[in-house]
Design a protein around this ligand. Structure first.
Ligand SMILES: NC(=O)c1ccc[n+]([C@@H]2O[C@H](COP(=O)([O-])OP(=O)(O)OC[C@H]3O[C@@H](n4cnc5c(N)ncnc54)[C@H](O)[C@@H]3O)[C@@H](O)[C@H]2O)c1
Ligand SMILES: [Zn+2]
Ligand SMILES: [Zn+2]
Length: 343
């Protein structure tokens, strides 16, 4: 196979020949059809993900066609078009038995705990538990984006945020995750306020359904500005991963509001306004992807047009572009999402 490898964090990437993967018992191997570039891939390359051991191949948001299955695999056959959530659960531990595979105790994450899909081929762990067959009506590009950012946004807005029609949602950071969060807010019939510092990102947010836009670079009091515009949000999702935006998110809420933390932090702890959480009895919830068991609900929303992940694709790349495109994410240069479609 061919794969975009880095030998050290923040080091150069090169597309090299590597041995074809062969599936261990319970695993499947896919030929990758499409893979997105998520900011978590950038964090991984930058060295802030403790699961990654170099040399490494990232890529965790993908769809592929099965080319080999290991012993014992029953739900997946050669030729199937499948995708997996970025957190692949074991199917047997306590969270998995509760249907919460996204917090599995023995989870595997292609692109983090093992080599991922910035390659012509990758291996699916616990294939019977995690493989989701992709409906005909869903394109490769859309299915790839569901693998991480679209399903993560669904988990944040629909499941953890429990957003209702008529409520107000505010989204802090309108990249791949945030734009999907805006689209789910729109699909649910909420009023949506999108916050970013990049005009092009805000324009994309309007394109996928934001009712109100706020350029965070124009004020020192983003939370206060959100409250002025909306009366305070019922649900606020943080889709960047910084103490500033997490604080803005909490200060955007009305009493009893729900803050959902999706963006990953570079450090294990963070400062945020706990006094406001207490005073207004706010809820603070995390998100760690979405269980494979609920991805068909997201794919159904894509298939019938309630959500269109491809509406925010900014660039379609080839595998050979990854060595430049991944480090370039440091500059937040490209609004929307980038997807590799040629291998
Ligand atoms: N918890 C999970 O399960 C999960 C899953 C996927 C991604 N993530 C994380 O979510 C975050 C977002 O990922 P992405 O791929 O959407 O990133 P992205 O780079 O596509 O988007 C980030 C957006 O934040 C905006 N931004 C930067 N500074 C800002 C500020 N001060 N205020 C408001 N907006 C600002 C940028 O302009 C950009 O539009 C990352 O931390 C990623 O690692 C977490
Ligand atoms: Zn991701
Ligand atoms: Zn498990």
């Amino acid at each position: 196979m061919r794969a975009a490898v880095y030998e050290r964090f923040d080091g150069p990437l090169t597309v090299v020949d590597a041995p074809d993967p062969s599936p261990a018992p319970g695993e499947a191997v896919v030929e990758v059809l499409a893979v997105g570039l998520c900011r978590s891939d950038y964090h991984g390359w930058h060295g802030t993900d403790p699961d990654i051991v170099c040399p490494h191949v990232g890529g965790h948001e993908f769809v592929g066609r099965v080319v080999a299955v290991g012993a014992g695999v029953q739900r997946v056959a050669i030729g199937d078009r499948i995708m997996v959530p970025f957190v692949c659960g074991c199917g047997e531990c306590e969270p998995c038995r509760l249907g919460q595979h996204q917090v599995c105790r023995r989870q595997e994450q292609p692109g983090f705990t093992r080599w991922g899909a910035f390659a012509t081929h990758t291996t699916i762990p616990y294939a019977d538990v995690n493989s989701v067959h992709v409906p005909e009506a869903v394109s490769d590009e859309a299915a790839a984006l569901v693998g991480c950012r679209v399903s993560t946004a669904y988990r944040g807005v629909v499941e953890q945020g429990r957003l209702q029609a008529g409520e107000t949602l505010v989204v802090h950071g309108c990249g791949g995750v945030g734009l999907a969060a805006v689209a789910f807010g729109r699909a649910l019939g909420a009023q949506v306020l999108a916050v970013d510092i990049n005009r092009a990102a805000l324009e994309l947010a309007a394109h996928v359904g934001a009712d109100l836009l706020l350029d965070a670079s124009t004020t020192d009091d983003v939370g206060g500005a959100v409250v002025d515009l909306t009366g305070g949000a019922h649900v606020s999702v943080e889709c960047l991963g910084s103490a500033v935006t997490a604080t803005n998110s909490i200060l955007s809420l009305r009493p009893l509001g729900r803050h959902v933390q999706i963006g990953l932090f570079p450090a294990a702890t963070a400062d945020f306004p706990i006094s406001r959480v207490i005073r207004d009895e706010l809820e603070v919830r995390g998100v760690h992807g979405l269980s494979a068991s609920r991805i068909p609900e997201v794919l159904a929303m894509v298939a019938d047009g309630r959500i269109d992940p491809t509406a925010v694709i900014h660039q379609r790349l080839s595998l050979a572009d990854i060595p430049d495109a991944l480090p370039a994410m440091a500059r937040f240069a490209a609004p929307g999402v980038s997807v590799v479609t040629r291998f």
